[in-house]
Design a protein around this ligand. Structure first.
Ligand SMILES: NC(=O)c1ccc[n+]([C@@H]2O[C@H](COP(=O)([O-])OP(=O)(O)OC[C@H]3O[C@@H](n4cnc5c(N)ncnc54)[C@H](O)[C@@H]3O)[C@@H](O)[C@H]2O)c1
Length: 433
């Protein structure tokens, strides 16, 4: 199959490289000239484990190429995937579909022969209808179908998720389009990943319902953690106790500083906007969004309380800035609100992140960055672990204690045992224990 991927970001580049690895011929398009120049020069513009090898191998085999020129890439394709961003629209929280609609119009101008347009971006229910309308209005003679194929990969484990997904969702009732999608995903069907076919609107909604459910699970255990702190229970025990129930499951039951990232915050908000428009309120998700929003700054206040209530002109060391480990993605990272709360209270922030510094510099001001964790700790009144990168899991705690001005450890990911930290003389502050 000849596949064209519009948008070469976290989803487009990973999906394109994986499709090429399946044996398809893939052209990844992006309008960002710097990104495409980097890719053509063999550099990967994002940090995603394993992606550099996957890309270079498939480029070498002639199955993967990059361009800013959408027209010829679309003209030659059997399937054109839309994988552009759908951020929150400024002001109202609706999904901003301007990139999707602009891509649809551009695609329409270059279609030749039967082509399946596949929406992989996360889009509100009914967007497929609008994409279809735009293409038809721009190119009335075009022979095409519009399919929804939401993506469920997680940054940091994106290649594994794409190649061994829990399921692939395909939303279409057009037999010709379904045949093309089945061909594209055949390697996964052979590997026994369930390929779930459904109506286009159901597929669009499945993505939002899935993310809203996961955000709810995280928020649920976070609130239980708050209760644990009040009653003297350990949330990790409670999480294990409920997670072993197969109906509940152990994943997404790690209490922490609140969910962030490029998907959950914007997708929960967009779902609420859709729910309002259709007069079908989603009260549970409304509560989740509110609770999570409050939580991030509350984590900053937790740090201030741990150092005794006054943090003015004191230095705090923050380890981990990205919204989760193994990515450089800072979008809606809890670290942003935590750091801003500390700065609002007059603290100086020293920070280290293995991959996120470049992105962090774009969203955070007045932070001093360090290339390694121990240098960032020197003279700080508290160490705060915000993101659980592997290299923060086995810090030399004796060395940490000797570097800090005061031995305060605020562990927002519960990666250290309280007893050991206290034995070493730390004031330990975890989440829900
Ligand atoms: N990042 C994730 O983990 C993830 C997971 C599942 C789904 N999604 C969804 O996938 C979509 C893409 O997310 P992302 O994180 O890859 O975004 P991203 O911002 O990393 O990448 C989007 C890319 O699209 C390009 N682009 C925009 N308009 C274009 C056009 N007309 N022609 C060519 N290129 C264009 C941009 O330059 C950018 O490089 C979003 O809807 C997101 O919600 C993301």
């Amino acid at each position: 199959m000849r596949i064209t991927m519009i948008g070469s970001g976290y989803v487009g580049l990973v999906s394109g490289a994986c499709f090429a690895d399946f044996g398809h011929t893939v052209v990844c398009v992006d309008k960002d000239e710097r990104k495409i120049a980097a890719l053509k020069g063999g550099a990967i513009p994002i940090f995603e484990p394993g992606l550099d090898r996957l890309v270079s191998e498939n480029v070498r085999r002639g199955r993967l190429s990059f361009t800013t020129d959408l027209g010829p890439a679309v003209a030659e394709a059997d399937a054109v995937f839309i994988a552009v961003g759908t951020p929150s629209r400024r002001g109202d929280g609706h999904a901003d579909l301007s990139y999707v609609f602009a891509a649809a119009e551009e695609i329409a101008r270059s279609l030749t022969g039967y082509t399946v347009i596949v929406d992989k971006s996360t889009v509100p229910v009914g967007t497929g209808d609008e994409v279809e309308r735009i293409i038809h209005a721009t190119a009335p003679e075009a022979d095409f179908a519009v399919v929804s194929n939401p993506e469920f990969l997680r940054e940091g484990a994106a290649i594994e998720d794409f190649k061994r997904p829990d399921r692939v969702v395909i939303g279409s009732d057009d037999p010709r389009a379904l045949a093309v999608l089945r061909d594209i995903y055949r390697p996964l069907a052979i590997g026994r990943s369930p390929i779930v076919e459904m109506g286009r609107r159901a597929a669009e909604l499945t993505k939002y319902a899935g993310n809203a459910f996961l955000a709810t699970k995280i928020t649920f255990i976070n609130e239980i953690a708050d209760l644990c702190e009040k009653v003297g229970a350990d949330v990790q025990d409670v999480a294990r106790g409920i997670g072993l129930d197969n109906r509940i499951g152990a994943k997404f039951l790690h209490a922490g500083p609140g969910y962030g990232g490029s998907c959950f915050p914007k997708d929960t908000l967009a779902l609420l906007k859709t729910a309002q428009d259709y007069e079908a309120p989603q009260r549970i998700v409304e509560a989740v969004v509110g609770v999570n929003d409050n939580r991030k700054r509350a984590m900053g206040r937790k740090v201030i309380a741990a150092v005794g209530g006054d943090i003015r002109d004191k230095t705090v060391c923050v380890l981990g800035l990205t919204f989760k480990p193994n990515t450089d993605d800072m979008r809606d990272s809890p670290a942003i609100a935590v750091i801003q709360t500390l700065q609002d209270a007059g603290a100086h922030v020293h920070a280290h992140d293995p991959e996120g510094t470049e992105q962090a510099q774009k969203v955070l001001e007045n932070v001093t960055y360090f290339d390694e964790p121990y240098a960032a700790m020197e003279g700080a009144e508290a160490l705060v672990i915000v993101t659980e990168w592997d290299n923060f899991r086995a810090l030399d705690l004796k060395r940490v204690k000797s570097l800090l001005a005061a031995p305060v450890l605020v562990d927002l990911r519960n990666i250290y045992p309280r007893a050991r930290c206290e034995e070493l003389g730390f004031t330990y502050c975890g989440i829900g224990r």
